[in-house]
Every structure is written in structure tokens, then in C-alpha cells.
Design a protein around this ligand. Sequence first.
Ligand code: TXA
Ligand code: MG
Length: 352
Amino acid sequence: MNTKIFDISPEVIDSSLLLEAAKIIKCGGLVAFPTETVYGLGADATDAQAAEKIYAAKGRPSDNPLIIHIASPEDADRYAYTDELYYALARAFMPGPLTVIMKKKDTVPESVTGGLDTVAVRCPSHPIASELIRECGVAIAAPSANLSGSPSPTTAAHVISDLDGIIDGIICGGECEIGLESTIVKIDGDKLTLLRPGAITADALRCVCDNVEIAASVTEALAENERPLSPGMKYRHYAPSVPLVLLEGEPDYILTFLHNAQNAERCAILCYHEELDELRCERLIDIGAQDDLATQAQRLFAALRRADELECDVIYAHLPCKDGIGLALYNRLIRAAAHTVLHVTRDNLKHH
Ligand code: TXA
Ligand code: MG
């Protein structure tokens, strides 16, 4: 398939190009587009066959439901049974990086929701995403625009490397500002369950709802045979081709550990900006300043893609704290590492 590339600047949107991309979606095709979180792979959310094409293009299991993207918060009423809590969340966080799960209406085909009776709804703030949805006149179903098993794409180049020749079009619209997928919450009466952490933090949600519960699977491995609240949680998601090991402990010990590792093995290191001068190996990837969690979030997926391209036998990264957007970083890294955490102490330093 010949994939049409649309170069559109988010600052001055070329409306004729955008119309052309929208037309492909309205005719049942697939177009990747930028959002403020990660790039999405879009199809008409009311067209069962178009949604099925998404699963085929990504190689995604068809019981893993899609998020539908709307242009303004009220549009949710066409697809879901909204309530007061939904509108309170909408007033506080929409448009923006929040996805809300509610009971679905019949306008959403079962292929979009993986057979569930609920639907995930998100109103993105990225100008290209929002214009594209408006132009289509329907909700756009969109998972992240990567092949199943690679990190979510945060640049158009990532999308091209995964999906060129497989989908109808790709809108190239620059780097994604946030870099991690949206926060997902499920509404149950007056309770919110946080299923996937993102840039809208648990504390921010608590300003709108007294009862916010963080699903255990956000930080813990699922027990065997346990049924996850969100089907996506049971898939290992992205894992690099060599082991990823997360380091925790005293900063000085970790630095010494990394020094030793550089001499002893072929390793790639996702390091803090401050450590660049200290470490100086050939496979260092600057993830941002230690206290700048937003930059670390923005760079994480590109860093993991790069680390995976380097010839090495192991990748090391710091175990993030769980505060604020740190919880989202922690959640993505701990899963990519298959929960491999090494606690660095003075004792195991000697033995390494
Ligand atoms: O930031 C984002 O949310 C990006 C951009 C493109 O909007 N999209 C995204 O989609 O990350 P995806 O498909 O990669 O992740 C959607 C997650 C999956 O883990 C899926 O299982 C969960 O949302 N999900 C979707 N519908 C659900 C539902 N009805 N109940 C529970 N989980 C649901
Ligand atoms: Mg995804």
C-alpha cells in the first residue's frame, strides 16, 4: 500500500490537506495523526469494519478495546451514557490528556470496544487532532500508532518506521508534547478507578472527585489468571529485545554501579542529564534532568526505541518515584522491564 504523507504544521493548519486526510477516514480508511500525548492511528469509530482494520494494521489482539476521540466534551453523549461526574472531569481537564470509561451506547460497534459494554472516550487538545475529528463529523477510534509490541510513537518518524506501507495516511505534525499516553479513569457511580496513569495525576483527579482508587495493576504485576480491569493491562506491552533493569538506591551507589557496568558489559544507560559528564560511555541516552519529570516523560519512548537500536546486552534506567507524573513513568518503565528492579547497595556493588 502506498501511504500518503501529510506534512501539516500545528501552528498553521493547511486545511486542504486536513480535508483530504479526513476524507480517507470518512471513506473507511486509516490515518495516523498527532495528539498531545502520543500519535494515534485513527478510523471512523462508528464503522465496525474500519475499526477491524486498525487491529490488523497494528497486529493487536481484537479483545483490547480502542479509545474514541471526540472534538468537544458534549459529543460524548452520542456514544456513552454520561453523568455529572463525567462533566465535572470534562470541565477540569478537557480538552486534554484524560480518557473516561463509561457505559456505551449502540452507536459504538462492539469491534471498537472489544465486546465490552463500556467505551473509553477522550477529547484531545492537539489542534490537528481536534480539527481532524471536527472535519470527520464522527468520533475517531484511535489506539497509539505503533505496531503492537513497540513503544508508543511520539514523533512522525516513529509512526513511519512502524506503519509506512501498512496504512492509508500519516499526518506528520511534530513531536508530542506530553509523550506518555492519556490518564484512563473508569466511572463507577461516584467512584473513579485510575486504570492507567498519565499527565493528569491522581492528585489532580482528587480535586474533582473524593473517591479515587488506583488500580493495583498500575504498580504491581498481575497475578497469573487474574482478570484485569482494563484488557490492555494483561498484555506485556512494550519490552526491549534485551533485558531492561531498573535501578534504585543511593544515587552515589547507583553511579558507581553504572561506572562498573560500563567497564564490564555492553550496556545502554538511560541517564539523567546531570550524569552525562560522569558516565561518558558511548551508549548514554539523556532522559532529562533528575527533577524534571515532564521532560523525562516526553523523552521516555524515544529513548527506549533508541536504546533498542544500539548494540548492547542490557539496558539500565533509574526507577522513577511515584509522585505526580512520576507514577506514569514508573508504570511504563516497570512494565517494559517486566518488573525487574535491582536495589543497589554497598554490598552488591562489590560483587558486580
Ligand atoms: O493518549 C492516548 O490515550 C493515546 C492517544 C492516541 O489518544 N491512545 C492510546 O490508545 O493510548 P491505546 O489503544 O494504545 O490504549 C488504550 C487503552 C488500552 O489499554 C485499552 O485496554 C484501554 O485503553 N481501554 C479502552 N477501552 C476500554 C474499556 N472500555 N474498558 C477498559 N479499558 C479500556
Ligand atoms: Mg498503545
